[in-house]
Design a protein around this ligand. Sequence first.
Ligand code: SF4
Ligand code: SF4
Length: 62
Amino acid sequence: MAFNPIVDEDKCQGCSECVDVCPVEVFEIQGEKSVAVNAEECLGCESCVEVCEPGAITIEET
Ligand code: SF4
Ligand code: SF4
């Protein structure tokens, strides 16, 4: 099974919590928004979902 992390740009506040918590460095802040630059590395652990206060991240199973 593969996972695809999706950031809702409208909800993201650019706090970097997801960047810090992700064990495989999926996210990068670009222009004050988080972008899943290494989406294919996602392990589906959902740590980023838990730390994202505005609930901007969803993990899609593919
Ligand atoms: S944790 Fe949520 S609000 Fe913070 S940068 Fe990541 S996606 Fe944006
Ligand atoms: S689910 Fe885990 S591995 Fe995937 S992007 Fe979030 S923190 Fe990283």
